[in-house]
Each structure stands twice: as C-alpha cells, then as structure tokens.
Design a protein around this ligand. Structure first.
Ligand code: KIV
Length: 304
C-alpha cells in the first residue's frame, strides 16, 4: 500500500486529477486504524460524534473538550489519511475564538478543521487559513443549525437558497478553503457547484456528481438501528452481528461457564453459517457486487 502521508494539498489535487475522494468519519483509535488500512484518504472527526458516540440528541451539545479527546484518539492511529476535525457549535462565533479553537484541534492532532457556513463566517475562515490551518467548508444542511431550522431539510430547492449556496461556495474558495462538504444539497445544485468551484466538493446526501462522498461511518455499517437514515443505506448490519455474538457468548457462559480447554477456545468459522446481512447497493458496479456477494461466515460457533 502507498505510504505517502496525505495532506490537504493531496486532497485538493485529487479534483484536478479526476480522482474521487472517499471520506468517512472516525472518532477513535480502532476506527481510524481500520479505515486507514482500508485506504480511506480523508478521516473526519465530525461533531456527529455527539449523536453517534456520545448519545446527544443533536450536534449542538458537543464541546471543544470532547472534540479534542476524540481527535487525540484518532491521531494516535497515525493514519496515512488526512485527519480533519469539526469546530463544534459555538466555538467559532468570533474571529478570536475561531483561531484559538482551530489551534486547539491542531494541537490535539488534527491536520485540518471544518466549520459550517459560508459568508457568515468568512472573517473566521480567513483568519484560520492565514494562521496556516487547512480549512474545509460545510454548506447545505448545517447540523449545528438544526434547532433553528427545525430539522434536517434538503437545501437548494428554492431559487434564493440556490443562489446563496453558490455565493457561499465562491466566498469560501475566495478565502482559501481547500474543500467543501455539501450536505443534503439537491443533486442538480451540487453538480453545478462542483463544476463551478476549483476545490473539491465532498457530498453527503447530495447526489453522485460531487468530487467525493463522505458518510458517518456507523451509518454505513449499520451500527445504530435506532438512528433514522434518509441519505444512506447501511451496507452491513453491525448492530445485529454484535447482538448475535454477544447473545451466543452469554448463553455459552450461562450454560458451561466458559471454555475448558484450549481446543474448546478455538473458533471454527463454519460451524454456524449465519447469513450476515451484507447489503450490496444497486449503484455499485456489477463487478463489485458479484465479487462481494460471497457472504462472509461469522466466527461464532454453536454453544451447548
Ligand atoms: O459531523 C459530521 O460527521 C459531518 C459529516 C456529516 C460531513 O460533518
């Protein structure tokens, strides 16, 4: 595997090279390590942390201290991938606080920061970039504004919104953002923005024509069955697999106390063939779908 460290410049130049940018969120050491080993070039310690790890109702409760804690854990994996981190709600309300908090995330191990908004935070972005900190913009649905907006709504349907998105994107590029996340932007508007700006657009629920795609990793893996998903179909049912393994082990301990010999400890993957629901979406090319349709066997074995 290629070992050159990925930088903001690498990500930016992927657009001109016509290379799709594949990004995922990471919140801890093992996830960062596994995603890096899978060759994901951009890891985001997103403030989705609040909902998918910390149990908050939305992103507005995440603190700087929590972000730093998780950025440190991700950075300890020393990934080849670029590690970006979200400036959480309220941490970039002024130019001064934006600069202090962006530096805190960098000190914790981030290599770029992301914040939500366009023209409304332009002075902050200018200052962050001038301080030598690579910056990723975030336009469209802004999760830190979910209370004010009364939910997660698609952006770009109305002419006014459409024009505002274009103006915000131009403004962010003008002050030095090296990429822009487009969240829940209508596919035609996302396509137009992608064609218009020099830096990569990375979409989430914004159609297939962005320069890259990002997902919240636990959503992709089906780790959180209680979290309603609109823009992503989980490709794995990790929650079900986890429940299954835990229940089997529990039943085993209750019935027999645990393994008696080293031989008993051994895991024979074929003894129970559980059809783990790997869900292969139709948009994947046939060559990938057919290859992946070999359902992996679990390492669980029957008990009792
Ligand atoms: O916080 C997050 O995970 C994000 C992604 C949805 C882009 O901002």
């Amino acid at each position: 595997m290629e070992s050159t460290k990925i930088t903001a410049e690498t990500i930016r130049s992927m657009k001109s090279g016509g290379e799709k940018i594949v990004a995922l969120t990471a919140y801890d050491f093992p996830m960062a390590r596994l995603l890096d080993e899978a060759g994901i070039p951009l890891l985001l310690v997103g403030d989705s942390l609040g909902m998918v790890v910390l149990g908050y109702s939305d992103a507005t409760h995440v603190t700087m201290e929590e972000m730093e804690h998780h950025v440190r854990a991700v950075a300890r994996a020393k990934p080849r991938a670029l590690v970006a981190a979200d400036l959480p709600f309220g941490s970039y309300a002024t130019v001064e606080s934006a600069l202090i908090n962006a530096r805190r995330l960098i000190m914790a191990g981030a290599e770029a920061v992301k914040a939500e908004g366009g023209r409304a935070i332009l002075d902050q972005v200018r200052a962050i970039v001038a301080a030598g900190i690579p910056f990723i913009g975030h336009l469209g649905m802004l999760p830190q504004h979910v209370i004010e907006e009364g939910g997660y709504h698609i952006k770009g349907k109305k002419e006014l919104e459409h024009r505002a998105l274009l103006a915000d994107a131009d403004a962010l590029v003008g002050v030095g953002a090296f990429a822009i996340v487009l969240e829940l932007v209508t596919a035609p508007v996302a396509r137009q923005m992608t064609g218009r700006v020099q830096v990569p657009t990375i979409g989430i629920g914004s159609g297939p024509d962005c320069d890259g795609q990002i997902l919240v990793t636990p959503d992709l893996l089906g780790m959180l069955p209680w979290r309603p998903l609109q823009h992503v179909k989980a490709m794995l049912n990790a929650a079900e697999q986890m429940r299954f393994a835990v229940e089997l082990w529990k039943q085993g301990v209750e019935a027999r106390g645990g393994p008696r010999t080293q031989d008993e400890e051994e895991v024979k993957p074929i003894r129970v063939h559980v059809r783990v629901p790997v869900r292969i979406p139709e948009w994947l090319p046939v060559s990938i779908r057919v290859r992946r349709k070999v359902i992996p066997k679990t390492g669980c074995r029957p008990v009792g």
